[in-house]
Structure formats: structure tokens, C-alpha cells
Write a protein that binds this ligand. Sequence first.
Ligand code: GLP
Length: 234
Amino acid sequence: MQIVKAYSYQELSKKASEIVIKAIAKKPDLVLGLATGSTPLGLYQLLVEANKNGEADFSKVKTFNLDEYAGLKKDNTQSYHYFMQENLFSKINIEKENIHILGDEGKSPEEECKIYEDKIKEAGGIDLQILGIGSNGHIAFNEPGSSKDSRTRIIKLDEKTRQDNARFFRSIDEVPTHAFTMGIGTILEAREIILLAGKSKKEIIQKVISSQPIPEIPASFLKLHSNCAFIIEE
Ligand code: GLP
């Protein structure tokens, strides 16, 4: 695991955008894994600019989002469907059929997860996965206790996660109790991974760095990946 230090949020976003832009230039039909949360917002803004300037063409890029709340409608302003549309997809030249987000098939949760895994395989696997990190060490919505071999599934959200994410809802009671998430095993199959962590994640990043790979700190499993970088704001 490589640690890349950034000295501002702007620099963190810039470093991440350079990696994504280079990857698209090298492979125009890149399979890109995407994250939500406030951390990747700067990256998404830079990707929108790069698309406008002609530096990044998304016309052949396929995307797979990491997670989505269970039980929220796509047009709910707190859904990750809405977030992605607002912050990235509506502003770049991506084809609608190349966008994948969990919970889209109108099937049972188990079927949704199986179809998602199949679609990732059909696309040839994820080339580059963007990750954020929860204050409890979760990646996507793989909460503490998730195994390194876990696959895409429905998970019960930790109370800590619901509290952290309550800032986006009117009250904590509106925060869903469950979510769809790619598994840790699914994430570890990506060819390259970059995890972005702003200043507020200092404590959990220290824990990840000093820990062995253990289920109590799901992000620590990224240490098992041979091409994973943490871009951290100092
Ligand atoms: C949510 C998402 C994660 C994300 C985390 C951190 O829980 N499911 O994928 O990494 O939030 O969000 P933020 O970047 O807002 O701190």
C-alpha cells in the first residue's frame, strides 16, 4: 500500500483526478469504480472540467458505483443515484447504459447483488476503483465485521455510520437502516485502487496504517492489494 500525501483538499483532488484522467487516456473504455460522500466531490469537479476541456472523454467509460441505500427511491435527493447524477453524470459525456448503480433492476435484493457482480465480470472487471473511508474504517458500506472475501450484498448499517450520514438527512430517523454494498472481495479484485481521505479521517487512517488486515477495520484489507494507494490530506 502506497501513501501519497497531499497538503490541501485541492491537492488531494488534483492528484486523484490526474490518476483517473491518465487511466482514461490509456484505456478509453476504462471500467471505473466510483464512490460517493463528500470526499470525492473535488475529484468529480475536476473530472467535469477535464471533460469540458477535452482532456477526458467518458464516451466509452463504464462506471460501477460502490453502494446505495436500500429503500430510497432513485430520485430521493439523498440517494447515491441522485448524488452521482448531480455531481458527475449529468455534467460529462457518459452514456446512460454505461452507468451502473446497485438496486436498479427491480428485482429482489439477492438478485440485484448477483446481477451486479455478473455485470462487473461481463465488463471485464474494474480497472480503477475510487474509495473513500468511513470514520469507523468502512469502505463502501462494508461495516466492521465484514470479511475479506465478502461479495456484493445487503448490509445493516452501523449506528456510527447512520449518525455520520445523518447530516445529509432531516433527522437520523430518515437515514436508512440498510444498504447495498460491493463486498471487500469484490473491491479487492479491482486492478488498481485509490482511497481518498481528507483531514477529518486522520485518526482512522492511522489505525489502518498500523493494523494488520482485520475485519474490525475493513479498510485494513486494502493492505492485501498489490496496487493500492491512499491519497491523504495532511
Ligand atoms: C459513506 C459511503 C462511503 C464513503 C463514506 C465517507 O458512508 N458509503 O463510500 O466513503 O460515506 O464519506 P465522506 O467522504 O463524506 O466522509
